[in-house]
Design a protein around this ligand. Structure first.
Ligand SMILES: Cc1ncc(COP(=O)(O)O)c(C=O)c1O
Length: 469
């Protein structure tokens, strides 16, 4: 694969284009992203002409800004924090590189994620490997490089004991808190105790560093409860003479995609008739939450852990560092996905469908029987168009009736025309490339990274797998 190593300057002229802000669920936008989305449709059109549709546009700098905002919170509480970027959230190499340049660690759950982090220049000791199905080869590479390994199960621990890699394995034990009893991830108390005893007896082979968990959902309370449980494991480890340095609480820090009040009003008002298939999904990501990741972390650290101390105070009293592995929240605002409109079709039932160039594998939750509750911004080009409201769902090139980008009928202020663009904001967090494939043999969508250039222009470079700036 060839890569441009020199960013290309793109300048343009914003005339003859118009951005139509959605009214139901307009995205909350970072000012740099808003400038491009609302004021430079011509740039987006040039980039789509050059790289194809859909196109993912990535702002790596915003990851660094998100990391700084998160790091400031524990500092205020006097707590030492290790941040690991959850690389699984996005396949962008520019984002991994931004994490390394921000001086944070990277959470990798495959040898391929590890290779990308190494390519970006990470110190391997700042890698943490998570996930339940690490291969023997991955284990060997992690041990050889001195990366931290979160051990998910007794079975994984045994595999690690049998691994022939030379060197001491740095390990965390992944706990399965009571609230996650049915989860396949982590170990219950008895298995953790068994591992601790073995670790205490095999210090030549293992360097035990602490405990880990990662929970589904986005609430603070379940993490605080899990921390209470883990604190008793900390005491048990110390009784065995094991040093405990860190508790890693995983990811799950929230993003705010749309305004909270507007979102609550939208949820109250929507029903099955707003969906082309007449089915109202039963669960959604909390797109309009009240807390961003920094506020969430602040609330967690300030919550009482026991009768006498907050989480922050307990961590400090126990001499423990806190670790987090944010994926989604570190890439908050860091990418948009742009689809080119192909045509609008009137259907037999009087409804309309907007066909875009692309598939339902980006900016889409329909594969999870849910919906991405963030409206796209319509960019229109050519002769000025007046308002002509219409409602339509959005589909791509798939031959399957149920394979659509939205089941939801979206309100457009004017009818999209061929060549217009739909801009989906905030797609970097699992919305960008998790499901992508080459269905119908369409090439994989391209990714470009951008940053502000000289004289108000933008610098643009391809951000494909393994690419270097
Ligand atoms: C172990 C672990 N850590 C971190 C994350 C990242 O979570 P999020 O993107 O919600 O922050 C995940 C996501 O599945 C995970 O499994």
């Amino acid at each position: 694969m060839s890569h441009e190593t020199t960013p290309t300057r793109v300048d343009g002229d914003a005339t003859a284009a118009r951005a139509w802000s959605p009214t139901a669920l307009p995205p909350l936008l970072d000012s740099e992203v808003a400038h491009v989305a609302y004021h430079r449709p011509d740039w987006l059109r040039q980039w789509v002409e050059r790289y194809g549709s859909p196109l993912h546009v990535v702002w790596p700098k915003l990851l660094e800004r998100n990391a700084e905002a998160l790091q400031a919170v524990p500092r205020r509480h006097g707590v030492a924090l290790d941040v690991y970027y959850g690389a699984k959230v996005n396949k962008s190499q520019a984002l991994v590189r931004a994490a390394v340049e921000a001086g944070i660690g990277v959470d990798v759950s495959s040898e391929y994620e590890m290779q990308d982090a190494l390519l970006a220049g990470i110190d391997p000791r700042r890698l943490v490997a998570t996930g339940p199905a690490k291969t023997a080869r991955f284990h060997g590479q992690l041990v050889a490089r001195g990366a931290l390994i979160s051990v998910d199960s007794l079975e994984e621990f045994e595999a690690l004991q049998q691994n022939g890699a030379s060197g001491r394995a740095r390990v965390l034990l992944r706990c399965r808190p009571a609230s996650a009893r049915a989860s396949r991830f982590g170990m219950g108390e008895a298995d953790v105790t068994h591992c601790l005893r073995t670790l205490a007896a095999s210090r030549d082979r293992f360097a035990f560093e602490g405990f880990h968990f990662h929970l589904s959902g986005y609430d603070v309370a379940s993490r605080v409860q899990a921390l209470r449980e883990v604190m008793s494991q900390v005491a048990a480890a110390r009784e065995l003479g094991l040093g405990v340095q860190v508790i890693d609480i995983g990811g799950g820090l929230p993003i705010r995609y749309v305004d909270a009040e507007r979102y609550a009003a939208f949820l109250r008002s929507q029903d099955a008739t707003h969906y082309r298939n007449g089915k109202l999904p039963t669960s959604f990501y909390p797109y309009g939450g009240e807390l961003d990741a920094a506020a969430w972390l602040d609330e967690l650290l300030g919550t009482p852990l026991d009768a006498t101390s907050s989480v922050a105070e307990a961590l400090i009293a126990q001499g423990l560092r806190l670790a987090i592995e944010p994926g989604r929240s570190l890439v908050d605002q860091a990418a948009i996905t742009v689809f080119r409109v192909n045509r609008v079709k009137a259907l037999a039932d009087g409804r309309h469908v907007v066909y875009v160039e692309g598939s339902s594998f980006s900016a889409c939750e329909t594969w999870f029987a849910s919906e991405y509750l963030v409206d796209p911004i319509l960019l229109s080009f050519g002769a000025p168009r007046g308002e002509a409201p219409m409602r339509a769902y959005i589909a791509g090139h798939s031959c399957l009736d149920d394979d659509v980008i939205t089941n939801r009928l979206i309100d457009f202020a004017t009818k999209p025309e061929p060549g217009d663009l739909l801009v989906y904001a905030n797609t970097a967090g699992y919305q960008m490339d998790l499901l992508e494939n080459e269905f119908h043999r369409h090439p994989m969508p391209r990714r470009i990274a951008v940053r502000n250039g000289a004289a108000g222009g933008m610098e643009v470079w391809p951000d494909d797998k393994g690419s270097l700036e």
